[in-house]
Ligand binder design. Structure first.
Ligand SMILES: *Cc1c(COP(=O)(O)O)cnc(C)c1O
Length: 377
């Protein structure tokens, strides 16, 4: 039976299917975030990082929405992600694999129209050999390690690569890139160091343009913009800099259903190991999401959910499938079986939950489980 649940006083009602939780992804807000980043970057362009299923929000819906918003450069981490994404986008969109070219993927990558980010001399040579074997011109991006020691051509390999690049080959290098390690810290010296490295590399390889900034990098200023940026978290409503006021619009909202309420006397133990003991008569609600749904166990006894702006503190341990919250602050009878409480939304941001859980918004987003009913707007 179709029922309508008012998700908050400020929002239009959404249809309910009796799900345990509702993950609402606002594709219009996503598009506005893309437009905002694009205007900060202009005349440089904004690509989009849609790895890890678009940070857990569903690359199959997110990437086409970003394409409609004007995005043409899509970055994933893994080859398999690119294979899934490629057919969902028009031919003028480019799909890049950040983790590089793994042995065995060369042929499928070339045939599938997927663009590898080449992270070493070995990968460059293997892609050049593939182009030769297929007698085709193949596009690629070159990534350089400028101080993160994670991915990219090392300083030692740069000289040899420059020599080989100058030789005639069938690989078309679209741009050079690197990744910032401390872009979330506005005044970290590491940003200046990496920028200086990147500029030196660009001088060594004349004619190649730069793709450098992630979300945080975009806010570091125009010297970091190159021709193309690679925002991820900012598109999805996260704060790229810490601490910092968030200029982006929230894209995700998470509402979870109450599955039981009860009143317990002073002295009652709550949850696994009885880590919480009620100090007075307390009204409790058990809500239908736990660490299997991406609400970290580190929220045990910390953090809260909200009901129409009222904070309902988490009490006791976070279980696999549920969390118990103290609802004494609400008038009796306010919450019933099936009522929805807000985990992410108007009153609690991704950053709030991440802070309470001792992690970052990226981890919260990418962990949100698949047991929620997902709805796109
Ligand atoms: C994940 C990633 C990004 C996006 O970073 P955000 O901080 O989410 O904007 C950009 N570039 C590379 C290489 C990445 O791995």
């Amino acid at each position: 039976m179709a029922r309508v649940i008012v998700m908050s006083e400020e929002q239009a009602p959404l249809p309910s299917e009796g799900a345990s939780g509702y993950l609402t992804i606002d594709l219009a807000a996503l598009a506005r975030n893309y437009a905002k980043l694009s205007s900060i970057l202009a005349p440089a362009r904004a690509g989009a990082v849609v790895k890890a299923d678009a940070y857990g929000l569903g690359a199959g819906r997110v990437a086409p929405a970003l394409y409609r918003a004007g995005c043409r450069h899509f970055f994933v981490a893994q080859f398999a992600e690119a294979v899934r994404l490629r057919p969902l986008l028009a031919a003028d969109a480019q799909v890049f694999v950040l983790n590089g070219l793994q042995p065995g993927n060369e042929g499928p990558c070339a045939e599938g129209g997927i663009i590898p980010v080449l992270n070493s001399l070995e990968q460059w040579r293997s892609w050049r050999a593939t182009a030769k074997r297929l007698n085709r011109r193949l596009p690629a991006v070159l990534q350089f390690d400028t101080g993160m020691s994670r991915l990219g051509v090392s300083p030692e390999e740069r000289g040899t690569l420059a020599v080989e690049l100058a030789g005639k080959g069938n690989v078309e290098v679209l741009f050079i890139m690197s990744h910032l390690a401390s872009a979330d810290e506005l005044d970290s010296d590491q940003n200046d160091d990496q920028l200086a490295q990147m500029q030196r590399i660009a001088e060594e390889l004349p004619g190649l343009e730069i793709c450098f900034a992630n979300s945080g990098g975009i806010l570091l200023g125009t010297s970091y913009h190159g021709v193309l940026a690679r925002p991820g978290i900012a598109l999805y409503g996260g704060t790229p800099t810490t601490p910092g006021a968030n200029q982006m619009e929230a894209v995700v909202r998470l509402d979870v259903a109450v599955v039981q309420t009860r009143t317990v006397p002073a002295g009652a133990k709550v949850g696994y190991s009885g880590t919480h003991i009620a100090d007075s008569e307390t009204r409790l609600a058990t809500i239908a999401a736990g660490y299997a749904d991406g609400l970290p166990r580190s929220l045990s006894g910390r953090g809260a959910v909200y009901y129409r702006g009222t904070r309902l503190p988490i009490v006791g341990r976070v279980s696999m499938d549920s969390i118990t919250v103290n609802i004494t602050a609400l008038p009796e009878g306010t919450l019933r079986l099936g009522s929805l409480v807000e985990v992410l939304g108007l009153h609690q941001t991704l950053e709030d939950v991440a802070r309470d859980a001792g992690t970052i918004s990226y981890e919260i987003l990418t962990s949100l489980g698949d047991r929620y009913h997902r709805q796109y707007r």
